[in-house]
Design a protein. Structure first.
Lengths: 562, 255
């Protein structure tokens, strides 16, 4: 039996992180600056937002205090559910699916020691995002209230047990799940449940219509609204304890009872999970190794439908393969549910937009919103492209040798990926734009221009995503990691810049046209030339982005064997 | 000549992995490609398969220059890598149909891919797994599926990297039989292997590579003679002698 304490088992991951940090690769500095810059920007915005909001609330005295207290409680409540879910998913990987478990379980390591090491890793992996988000927010609140060192100490003392409790609950849930279902099936079920939960939450939050709160006439109902936010079980939750402890220290006092409640519950939770783990871990781990016949949908209709398309054999087979792999991977297609929810909310926003309340300006505002709609559709396009189109080449994974050794040119392969990505992106954003503009009732000229612009933008952004995806592939990563990689971030920056340029090039001439029409003046020859020049430039930039990106993608694929 | 490589070089910075290798494999020949770990076998095979670009040198497959006409060269080649990575979310049948599609085989009456897929699944004893996802396959089953794919389009030449890894004795026997049958039908097979008994049993000629260079080539008997051994000496001894395996003698001392 090994005599080392449990931190010894964490050494491989620490060494791996150290080696990753030591390894120098081309583009490290750019990557560091890019991610560091974005991180600093987000952190500074969170700090500034929390500072501003807390400072504003201070001017409302008792009501401000009440809202701050409620806000803290809700902030922690939302993190509580996130941490619990994240704990379930992370524990599934760290305790049951991780490759290195084969070495550790086979070694004479006591289950308790393995549990300590794995649980620590699970807590760290599941909660780092929450901690990174919380730190600037709490610092902003503390700064606005001129809080002393005691507040920051309390923040550390509450955040640690607050993170441990839901992750322990999540780990326990995973242990139960794995002992009931095979681990890989459990992962699919979890993924689906989580996304359904997120999608329904988005829809629910939107349909509550929080903008009603901003209307002066609805103020008498404010107290009723807040009353609904409180429920009898809230004081029983760790989020409430954390909020109360922090609020007390913010006012210069202390709330030892709630801090103690957090720590004792955290310790009790760890002991409980450890006991359950000692009893059921090996059974669960053993089940996770079993590979029963996988259940899946045959998708025979898909082959029939694709067979009807006028495609070459190679393109048809590539399309069938890509669609089947996507539709059989729950972690992939289930993200479409979240996307659908966001689309519904997006369109609903335009439906409830009450522009008729602004007399005289309605027509101008409507057309202005049409451009907001176009810009939003562009950003939706970029987001969908980075998540679903950019990883298209990386999705070939270790099986890419099959394509590279077959008599298919890499150009054909990449163009096949392009068309597969283009059709859904174009369809989705066209629907968003056309339906959104229909709800707004914008000018027919703007409507047609937006619909045409979306076609050009789709070609450009899908081309850019495919091209950059081929230049920066990550064959060893899952699509979510690929989307968040250096290439993914580089794509997002270029895509956002492209959308801004397009909006300027289209919005300016369109505004001249609308303005002249509103004044019932005909367009002058220079104005017509200016409009034509802007539209032609927009088209040229789109086509150039599309073709240059694809060409550089093909070149990058060819250089892969160098 | 089904496979012909001329003065093939592959360098990674200052390191030369393959250093002027020339080789030819005739139709119907099973050519063994032996060498210790890191000698340059896999790099050479990956260059022939079109996965790596040579630093210099020329590769021809069935008369087609791989650099000038890669599609024609690849169309007449089958490649079996050492690790069988396949699309996990496809069934065995779907994977083979997809692979056939890449080589221009389709489901029309003139080119009946369905029948060919079933033939290959039968041949490699995978018929009952036709409609199961690859992710539920063992390593050996995946290996056999990759081999089915390599022979699906009736290639003129096949490049195989470590075919016996992960196969049970029955699987290994099956693969040997298939390779023999294919070579009898004129398919040229270039096979790297560490299993010297397999090389001795199956290969008509063997090339031994060390530090990126071919150090010996010939039939098994010619290699034995080259190493100065008797006819009944095992190929392992010849291999160790040619590749400098004398360090193994120290094992006894260490153990």
């Amino acid at each position: 039996m090994t005599s080392q304490a449990f931190p010894y088992l964490l050494l491989p991951s620490l060494w791996a992180s150290r080696n990753r940090a030591r390894r120098r690769q081309r583009g490290d500095l750019t990557r560091g600056l890019l991610f560091g810059g974005v991180g600093l920007l987000v952190g500074a915005s969170l700090f500034q937002g929390a500072y501003w909001l807390t400072a504003q609330l201070e001017s409302y005295e008792d009501l401000g205090d009440y809202l701050l207290r409620l806000g803290l409680s809700w902030l922690f409540l939302s993190f509580l559910s996130f941490l619990a879910f994240s704990g379930v998913v992370t524990a599934l990987s760290t305790f049951f699916l991780s490759e290195d478990l084969r070495v550790l379980v086979a070694a004479p390591v006591p289950v308790r020691r393995l549990f300590h090491a794995r649980f620590l890793r699970t807590v760290a992996q599941a909660s780092w995002m929450v901690v990174i988000f919380l730190a600037p927010v709490l610092m902003g609140i503390g700064r606005a209230r001129c809080a002393g060192i005691a507040f920051y100490a309390t923040a550390v003392l509450t955040t640690i047990p607050f993170a441990v409790i839901p992750v322990a609950a999540g780990t326990l849930a995973t242990l139960a799940l794995v002992n009931t279902f095979p681990a890989r099936r459990a992962r699919d079920i979890l993924m689906l449940m989580g996304l359904l939960f997120a999608a329904s939450l988005v829809i629910l939050l939107r349909f509550i219509r929080p903008e009603q709160l901003l209307k002066v006439e609805s103020l008498p109902d404010l107290t009723d609204f807040f009353a609904t936010l409180q429920s009898p079980i809230t004081p029983m939750l760790p989020s409430f304890w954390a909020g109360e402890s922090l609020f007390a220290s913010l006012r210069g006092g202390g709330d030892l009872l709630h801090v103690a409640a957090l720590w004792t519950t955290a310790l009790a939770a760890v002991v409980l999970v450890r006991m359950a783990n000692e009893r059921w871990y090996f059974t669960g781990y053993s089940r996770a190794q079993e590979s029963p016949k996988a259940r899946f949908t045959r998708l025979r209709q898909l082959e029939f439908v694709v067979g009807l398309l006028p495609l070459s054999t190679v393109r048809r087979q590539l399309l069938i393969k890509d669609l089947k792999i996507f539709l059989r991977d729950v972690s992939q297609w289930s993200q479409l549910l979240l996307l659908m929810a966001l689309v519904l909310v997006y369109l609903y926003n335009f439906r409830v937009l009450d522009l008729e309340r602004i007399p005289y300006m309605t027509a101008v505002v409507k057309n202005l919103y049409a451009f907001v709609n176009l810009a939003m559709a562009g950003f939706v396009m970029a987001t969908v492209a980075v998540r679903f189109v950019f990883p298209a080449v990386s999705a070939e994974g270790a099986a890419f040798w099959i394509i590279r050794t077959s008599p298919v040119s890499l150009r054909d392969f990449l163009w096949s990926k392009f068309w597969t990505g283009l059709v859904p992106v174009l369809a989705l954003t066209e629907v968003l734009t056309i339906v959104g503009n229909e709800f707004l009732g914008v000018d027919p000229f703007v409507k047609s221009m937006a619909a045409l612009a979306i076609i050009f933008m789709s070609f450009a952004l899908v081309g850019l995503a495919i091209g950059l995806g081929a230049r920066y592939p990550r064959f060893d990563a899952d699509p979510t990691q690929v989307a968040g990689s250096y290439g993914g971030v580089a794509f997002m920056i270029q895509a956002v810049l492209f959308v801004i340029v397009m909006i300027v090039l289209l919005g300016w001439p369109a505004s001249i046209y609308l303005f002249q029409r509103a004044r019932r003046f005909p367009l002058t020859a220079p104005q017509q030339m200016l409009m034509a020049g802007c539209f032609a430039s927009a088209a040229a930039i789109s086509i150039a982005t599309w073709l240059i990106s694809m060409r550089s993608g093909v070149r990058a694929l060819h250089q892969m064997g160098d | 000549m089904s496979i012909a490589i001329h003065d093939l070089v592959k360098t990674y910075g200052a390191f030369t992995a393959v250093d002027g290798v020339s080789l030819d494999v005739q139709p119907g020949e099973i050519h063994g490609f032996l060498g210790p770990n890191g000698a340059g076998k896999t790099t050479t095979l990956r260059m022939i398969a079109g996965l790596l670009k040579p630093t210099s040198g020329r590769i021809e497959v069935n008369g087609h220059d791989l650099a000038k006409d890669p599609e024609s060269a690849k169309a007449s080649l089958g490649f079996i890598p050492d690790r069988p990575y396949i699309y996990e979310k496809l069934t065995a049948g779907e994977f083979l149909r997809f692979h056939g599609g890449l080589f221009g085989l389709n489901g029309s009456s003139g080119n009946p891919i369905g029948n060919r897929v079933r033939e290959m699944l039968d041949l490699f004893e995978l018929s009952r797994w036709e409609n199961e996802l690859v992710e539920s396959f063992s390593h050996g089953m995946k290996q056999r599926l990759v081999m089915s794919a390599a022979f699906l389009h009736r290639p003129h030449a096949v490049v195989v990297d470590e075919p016996m890894v992960g196969l049970d004795p029955r699987g290994a026997r099956l693969i040997k039989d298939v390779f023999r049958k294919m070579s009898e039908r004129g398919v040229a097979i270039l096979m790297s292997t560490h299993t010297l008994e397999v090389a001795e049993e199956m290969c008509s000629r063997i090339s031994i590579i060390l530090k990126g260079r071919i150090i010996a080539r010939g039939t098994v008997d010619e290699l034995k003679a080259l190493a100065g051994g008797e006819a009944d000496v095992e190929l392992t001894s010849v291999f160790l002698k040619l590749t400098g395996g004398s360090a193994l003698q120290e094992i006894d001392e260490i153990v």
